[in-house]
Design a protein around this ligand. Sequence first.
Ligand SMILES: NC(=O)C[C@H]([NH3+])C(=O)NS(=O)(=O)OC[C@H]1O[C@@H](n2cnc3c(N)ncnc32)[C@H](O)[C@@H]1O
Ligand SMILES: [Mg+2]
Length: 430
Amino acid sequence: MIDKIYCADVRPEMEGKRVKLAGWVYRKREVGKKVFIVLRDSSGIVQTIFKKELSEEAYAEAKKVGIESSVIIEGVVKADPRAPTGVEVQADKIQVIQNVEFFPITKDASDEFLLDVRHLHLHSPKVASIMKVKATLMQAAREWLLQDGWYEVFPPILVTGAVEGGATLFKLKYFDRYAYLSQSAQLYLEAAIFGLEKVWSLTPSFRAEKSRTRRHLTEFWHLELEAAWMDLWDIMKVEEELVSYMVQRTLELRRSDIETFRKDLTTLKNTVPPFPRISYDEAIDILQSKGVQIEWGEDMGADEERILTQEFESPFFVYGYPKHIKAFYMKEDPEDPRKVLAADMLAPEGYGEVIGGSQREDDYDKLVQRILDEGMDPKDYEWYLDLRKYGSVPHSGFGLGLERLVAWVLKLDHVRWATLFPRTPSRLYP
Ligand SMILES: NC(=O)C[C@H]([NH3+])C(=O)NS(=O)(=O)OC[C@H]1O[C@@H](n2cnc3c(N)ncnc32)[C@H](O)[C@@H]1O
Ligand SMILES: [Mg+2]
């Protein structure tokens, strides 16, 4: 490994110190007999200056390199308030690892072009910031889950049944039969609670959704939890404590990256428990009072959720949805058979659903009936129904869409920017 330091670690107080840096040419300009190269690495940037009188050879090399060329630069640190980071390196040595004559991404690149060359777009410091925030949100989630006694498990991705409706399954050939790509690890997590009680997984989930909205991917990262003995209200408390910790910890560790995308941090700072809770009935009343054409029993889509989020300055819950618009596994509300014990968590600022969760039907006969009511075949869920035959317990869980959380935290205009290589109905490459 090269004995180098990071760009962000070059400080004014290091004046006079000799340093070696490795990275990519981010910006370059020539002024008289000087070449200024802003070098970029994973930590950020630092300005380097090549003066002809300091080293003719290095100056000549610096004049030739193109944007995004990979280079190793050596020189002496000099504090300079005019430099982007208040300090620069007076360079007397440059080793060009690979010169780039022309880097295809220019300032006026369209979104579609950036997605076509996503493998090169990952050079961008802004993209790096998004990925650092995503990584830190998950780092925080792992910290919280560990200290709160949850076990990570590793469920299968190749499965035989739908969790969230057959219409969005990706089917694939599996030797002499067929399999599906998992829409959600939930059913397998429900099996795991009989030994581990509180489990979680982070897996890719797949949805053959044709909807081309700013919050749908066909492959997304899905953080899911399942807990024995918990009811809906218990799991909602888990959700708000987990999400609060994730957001506050990421604010603490990645504030400058977040501020690259949003200046107003109010809703993030407001992300502390308890979150506001409204019933589905109240949500319908609010929407109707704002002139939205929606009747009780209808599902809220992205537009309705966007309008609803205008009422809140933090994430909030909507609970008690009508049974017929929710999944087969959700427990009927004993106080109102029209409803299920389900709750979604919605992010403010127009982002809407980031978590879907519920208490599960733990009664064998009722679950069989729900499967039949949904037009599905109980035989396809024989193993899942067994969970209600051998020591069934009240239990609840939820799934958080990681890209949707990132999109809200950074106020991105589409979830596709929150994933390394987005997958949508029209995009499978690169
Ligand atoms: N373990 C569980 O209880 C999870 C449950 N079986 C489930 O999959 N619920 S969900 O369909 O609402 O999806 C959960 C979350 O997963 C995200 N999600 C769901 N679908 C997508 C798509 N297509 N793209 C991006 N993100 C998506 C979104 O944040 C949802 O709130
Ligand atoms: Mg949902």
